[in-house]
Ligand binder design. Structure first.
Ligand SMILES: Nc1ncnc2c1ncn2[C@@H]1O[C@H](COP(=O)(O)OP(=O)(O)OP(=O)(O)O)[C@@H](O)[C@H]1O
Length: 471
């Protein structure tokens, strides 16, 4: 493999998504007799940071004079949960090769230590940069979120769910490249999960990650899938644009209640300067019901991300879509037959999905609908939900292409089943319905019973605390 792929030096020519997905790489795992032997290969420099596993140093490869980061980890006790997390992290890093995901170059093992040699990110963590800048411009945010979405699409295609996406786990390769862009690398796969099962096996129940970035379905403890990463992208994007998290509360239970009872807040003065396009995306990423969340692929196709100003701003709710469609019918650009809504009675047990999955359309990600069109979403068609449940990711991939790997699994499908989108629906009604569905026993119900319970006291005053269940 070329050195450039490992070092990430290809960054400048990777604006096209297809060129960013590179081939799997071979990561050598090298056994050393003594720790001092590594000092003959690398010259250790300044300390870059300290994590829960070990210390990270800047290091220069003596032979090539290239700079790297080396994470020095004290070998945890065999069989311990720490070992499992480390193994999981190394396992995943060995499989990934993407310009926006940290690259693992080599692993060195000695009797007492493990050394992970990764590409060096001289710009530090994204949260440090945010603290300095207070907030990012829309252009800067667009570039960062596009990179993050590309990384997540790539990971999800490999059935990897990061589960702890946050500003602290996004490193900045270098402060700014020649074009003034901030190039990011997703890191810290300690809490990531690789889904290998089918259908229900792909639903995870561990509560892990960092509270303010945590998807409500994960907080509720009832089960979640890869859509938890989408929620985190939404929180990251919100924070980049205004410097603060969208939802804050003292405990997990109160935070969940806050998320369930409020719209995504855009009332601070700073939001008056932010485009409607960006706000629409945030609303679509931060949908309470994962079944209604925008998919990472849809995010990449959104005109706000692509910068395609020729695509008209598309209405973000059913009512607006109806109005626009009726206007089109009135002006003769479409026939009434195109308006293929069914009555709400007809839709019992079914869910309505946009007919097209085109850029800039409604955020519903029911992409398994066989009906696809290149025109913007204008009509809703019912799809049977039963067909989706229980299907394997592999089968879905074969049937529908790699996109299907991010298809919501059964639990999400159940959520769809309970949504009846009538023509009278509005965004607010939809959100209320989301919350109702979410909190009902039919799908991902929210268990607020822990309020005042055992986990609350433990979490008091620690909004950003990480809950690593496996430790
Ligand atoms: N490749 C890198 N380039 C530059 N700095 C890095 C790199 N990797 C890690 N760091 C810095 O070192 C710090 C510690 O990283 P490390 O991955 O050990 O811990 P962490 O991100 O806090 O996660 P955890 O404690 O869950 O392992 C990070 O916060 C970051 O600032």
């Amino acid at each position: 493999m070329r050195e450039a792929d490992v070092t990430g030096l290809d960054m400048d020519m990777v604006s096209l998504r297809t060129t960013r997905d590179t081939l799997e790489k071979d990561v050598p795992s090298i056994r050393l007799e003594k720790d001092s032997e590594l000092r003959e290969i690398y010259q250790f420099g300044r300390k870059l940071g300290q994590g829960s596993f070990g210390v990270v140093y800047e290091a220069t490869h003596i032979e090539t004079q290239t700079k790297w980061a080396i994470k020095e980890v004290c070998r945890p006790a065999a069989g311990s949960s720490k070992v499992k997390m480390l193994e999981q992290e190394i396992n995943i890093l060995k499989q990934v090769n993407h310009a926006c995901v940290i690259q693992l170059k080599e692993v060195y093992n000695t009797a007492n230590m493990i050394y992970l040699v990764t590409e060096l990110c001289t710009g530090g963590e994204l949260n440090q940069l945010l603290r300095q800048k207070k907030y990012f411009t829309e252009d800067e945010t667009r570039h960062i979120i596009r990179s993050l979405a590309e990384a997540v699409v790539y990971l999800h295609k490999k059935d990897i769910v990061h589960r702890d996406l946050k500003l602290e786990n996004i490193l900045v390769k270098n402060s700014e490249d020649d074009d003034g862009r901030i190039n990011i690398k997703v890191t810290d796969f300690g809490l990531s999960e690789q889904m290998s099962g089918v259908g229900i096996d792909n639903i995870m129940t561990e509560t892990c990650g960092t509270l303010i970035y945590m998807a409500p379905e994960m907080m509720s403890g009832r089960g979640y899938s890869q859509w938890c990463d989408v929620w985190s992208i939404g929180v990251v994007m919100y924070m980049l644009l205004c410097g603060e998290p969208p939802f804050v509360s003292k405990t997990k239970a109160y935070l969940l209640e806050e998320i369930m009872s409020k719209e995504v807040p855009f009332n601070q003065p700073i939001w008056s300067k932010v485009s409607d396009g960006a706000k629409t995306i945030l609303t679509c990423l931060l949908k309470v019901d994962p079944a209604h969340r925008m998919s990472p692929s849809q995010l990449l196709e959104n005109p706000w991300i692509t910068g395609d100003t020729n695509v008209p701003a598309t209405p973000s709710n059913v009512l607006k879509m109806m109005r626009e469609h009726l206007k089109e019918v009135e002006t003769g650009t479409q026939t009434p037959e195109d308006l293929s809504f069914t009555s709400s009675e007809d839709t019992l047990g079914q869910h309505l999905v946009p007919q097209a999955d085109a850029p800039g359309t409604e955020c519903n990600h029911a992409k398994t609908s066989p009906v696809r069109s290149s025109r913007p979403c204008t009509a809703l068609v019912p799809t049977k939900t039963t067909k989706q449940s229980g299907g394997s990711l592999q089968q879905d991939k074969q049937k529908n292409g790699p996109e299907a790997s991010v298809t919501p699994s059964t639990i999400v499908t159940q959520a769809h089943a309970s949504v009846k989108a009538s023509p009278q629906s509005s965004a607010k009604q939809r959100r209320r319905q989301d919350k109702k569905d979410f909190s009902s026993g039919q799908n991902l119900s929210c268990d607020l019973s822990s309020k005042g319970g055992e986990s609350e006291t433990e979490e008091q005053g620690k909004q950003q605390r990480r809950i690593k269940c496996r430790i």
